[in-house]
Design a protein around this ligand. Structure first.
Ligand code: ADP
Ligand code: MG
Length: 697
């Protein structure tokens, strides 16, 4: 299909398909549910299921599945066919409302963080009518929430939907207090920029570390890395272009707004940015995008690597989360407008966000905490794990004038034209780009840059929605008690900016001075996942979630345990993979090479007494020295893992992995990387960085 407008959404049971196939009343009821999250009327489900099934069968579907996001970091599905036996020994294709609405997968093999020790193993999936069903691989996919027998969330969608509902409720409360009674719905939108690496499949298959851990555990950066900046936005190579085109078409068929694709900073690194949409749909779309990236790569004999830091010494991959909030009447509440200092609505929402980020720096950090993202956060290219907000000079001036009761000098509108008369004139953006800030205002939205490339993007959005709603709720209570006249609103805005000014930082987040400055300001600096997670259950956090019914105490406890367990498992797998490679591949290579060197030295000496073997002997001595470090390093890492595995408490085990095991891993890596520099390429047991990173040339 060459017509993209026809291809787009062709495999989605979207509004157009619903309109065509559902009776008017059913469509209206369903749309109401989709837009406002209201409960679905009984009776509607049967009609929708039948229409969905007929539509899906026309698209080639024979099966259906509930499609959900258990806390494994990926999605889950269980396929059932539509067939129902008939009397004559034949079948008809059926799909009931009950099957659409509810599924009962066996929940016992999904992570529950202890929920199941107290409750039944049974889990339910439940249709999420606010996302769209779609057909893929001859199967009708029904986006679903996943929860336990007692209604505890076992997935990331359920709390995300709760948080969407919450932020809508508190926003409406505020808008109605301010007299905006025409607004009856507020939604958050996100645009999720996805970074990834593409490498040759045959090379990948020779790297156990990439296969088991999705990152290299050994390897020196190549002689040429990213220092020439020649890859960023560079010409897209034909193999990569073919992959991107294929991917785009698959994404478009599923109604995903794939828009921008370009090369990223590191060699072999790329980015895909979709056009933003409502948060629930965008989260589902991002899960599908990651899956289709992997699959499409495979079909092109490539591998798509979504790990945050697959290669040391070059940039890692993130997933920038552009977040905004708008009303059903078309107002983007983060749109500063021409005169931000007079735009009270904007200032209130800005103040709410600044307060939220300041009060819950730890939760923001926790929402992106994984073993793989720890390899990236704080690296040279990623925002450090200190949370701050970037506003840009114009907005900072506005806030400064509010805090200090100064008159606001209207910002001068600058036109840009590059000094060439024939180039069109542009109005300069009100915010410059600050690529180092973890939470940057980028003109009508905030860009949260800490999430890692492989993260389920629901997690940070659950947190952002919840903490912003908490600020809004606080503002509402204040205004309800003190009145909503202009002076009171101004006072609230001023007090909030004054109290939370410390979280605003417009400078270079990568500099050493910022770490010192942040410490002076009393900002939290949680360096590793275990350190961050140790604050998840702090009273203020548990209370926040309970107050707004995002997580019950039981749910947050289960999530904390799942996250810790995931961290420990990932580190354990990495350590074991390292040990395996070091013992089975590196050690034999070292032995082979040193034996050959020794034989060469012996035969040279046998040949002639005066032959110079200084090079051979020097090399042999050097390698033997590192060979010994290798031997010791392997023992040391093995001991460290053994010790870690003996620790019964999950948090303490995680701390030990972060503080001790990773150090032993780094030492072993340093030794092996040194050996890689000394040993001939033909003896090295697997492809090196220069091959991996330049495999698609
Ligand atoms: P930048 O160049 O500053 O990164 P872009 O316009 O390229 O900004 O947008 C980056 C991402 O932000 C895109 O995915 C885009 O769809 C998304 N975005 C733009 N406006 C909004 C919005 N109102 N809400 C959420 N995301 C948005
Ligand atoms: Mg961006």
């Amino acid at each position: 299909m060459n017509d993209v407008t026809k291809l787009f959404g062709s495999n989605v049971f979207n509004e157009q398909a619903m309109k065509e196939r559902l009776p008017k009343d059913t469509y209206k009821g369903l749309k109401e549910t989709m837009e406002t999250g209201s409960a679905l009327e009984e009776g509607i489900a049967n009609i929708v299921a039948n229409a969905m099934k007929d539509w899906a069968i026309e698209k080639g579907a024979t099966h259906f599945t509930h499609w959900f996001s258990p806390l494994t970091g990926t999605t889950a599905e269980k396929h059932d066919s539509f067939i129902t036996p008939t009397d004559g020994g034949g079948v008809i294709m059926e799909f009931s409302g009950r099957e659409l609405v509810k599924g009962e997968p066996d929940a016992s093999s999904f992570p529950s963080g202890g929920l199941r020790s107290t409750f039944e193993a049974r889990g339910y999936t439940s249709w999420d009518p606010s996302s769209f069903a779609f057909v893929k691989d001859n199967t009708l996919y029904v986006p679903s929430a996943f929860y336990s027998y007692m209604g505890e969330a076992l997935d990331s969608k359920t709390p995300l939907l709760r948080s969407n509902q919450l932020v809508c409720k508190e926003s409406l409360r505020l808008l109605h207090l301010l007299g905006m009674h025409d607004v009856n719905n507020v939604t958050t939108t996100i645009g999720v920029e996805q970074e990834y690496f593409l490498i040759d499949r045959a090379l990948y298959e020779r790297r156990k570390d990439l296969q088991f851990c999705q990152r290299t555990l050994f390897g020196n950066r190549p002689p040429k890395g990213q220092e020439l900046d020649d890859h960023y936005f560079g010409i897209i190579k034909p193999k990569v272009k073919a992959f991107m085109q294929d991917l785009d078409r698959r994404l478009w068929a599923l109604g995903i707004y794939a828009k921008t694709e370009h090369n990223e900073v590191a060699p072999s690194q790329h980015e895909l940015a979709p056009i933003y949409t409502n948060t629930n749909l965008a989260v589902d779309h991002n899960q599908l995008t990651m899956e289709l990236m992997r699959r499409t790569a495979r079909d092109h004999d490539l591998v798509c690597i979504l790990h945050e830091k697959p290669f040391a010494g070059v940039n890692g991959s993130g997933k920038h989360n552009n977040w905004s909030i708008s009303t059903n009447t078309g107002i983007n509440l983060l749109e500063a407008g021409k005169r931000p200092s007079e735009n009270k609505l904007f200032l209130l929402f800005l103040a709410a966000i600044i307060r939220a980020v300041d009060d819950y720096q730890d939760l923001i950090r926790i929402s992106v905490s994984t073993a793989s993202n720890d390899e990236r956060l704080g690296g040279n290219e990623a925002p450090p794990s200190i949370v701050s907000v970037f506003l840009g000079s114009d907005l900072e001036a506005v806030i400064d004038s509010i805090i200090n009761d100064k008159d606001m000098i209207p910002p001068i509108t600058r036109t840009l034209q590059g000094g060439v008369n024939s180039l069109p004139h542009f109005l300069q953006d009100t915010t410059d780009r600050n690529r180092t800030s973890p939470f940057a205002y980028t003109g009508n939205k905030f860009e949260f840059r800490m999430p890692g490339s492989s993260l389920t993007i629901a997690e940070p959005n659950i947190i952002i929605n919840t903490i912003v709603a908490e600020s809004l709720s606080h503002f509402c209570t204040y205004l309800e008690q003190n009145g909503t006249d202009e002076a009171t609103v101004d006072k609230l805005i001023k007090e909030t900016f004054t109290k939370h000014q410390r979280i605003i930082f417009n400078g270079n987040n990568y500099s050493a001075e910022w770490v010192k400055e942040a410490e002076k300001r009393g900002l939290s600096f949680l360096k590793t996942t275990p350190e961050a997670l140790s604050h998840f259950l702090d009273d203020k956090n548990v209370q926040l979630f309970a107050k707004h019914r995002i997580y019950s105490a039981i749910e947050i406890n289960s999530r904390y345990n799942i996250l810790l367990e995931d961290y420990n498992k990932k580190r354990r797998i990495e350590a074991y993979t390292m040990l395996d490679i070091a013992r089975k591949d590196i050690m034999p290579a070292v032995v082979r090479y040193t034996t050959d060197l020794a034989t060469a030295i012996r035969s040279k000496k046998d040949l002639a007494l005066d032959v110079n073997t200084r090079l051979d002997e020097g090399l042999l001595a050097r390698i033997s020295e590192y060979g010994e470090y290798l031997y010791l390093g392997v023992d040391r890492l093995q001991e460290a893992v053994n010790d870690a595995e003996k620790i019964p408490d999950r948090q303490e085990q995680a701390n030990f992995y972060a503080e001790t095991v990773t150090v032993a891993m780094q030492l072993l890596r340093d030794t092996v990387d040194e050996l890689e520099l000394l040993i001939a390429s033909s003896y090295w047991p697997f492809p090196r960085y220069e091959k991996l990173l330049y495999s698609l040339d």
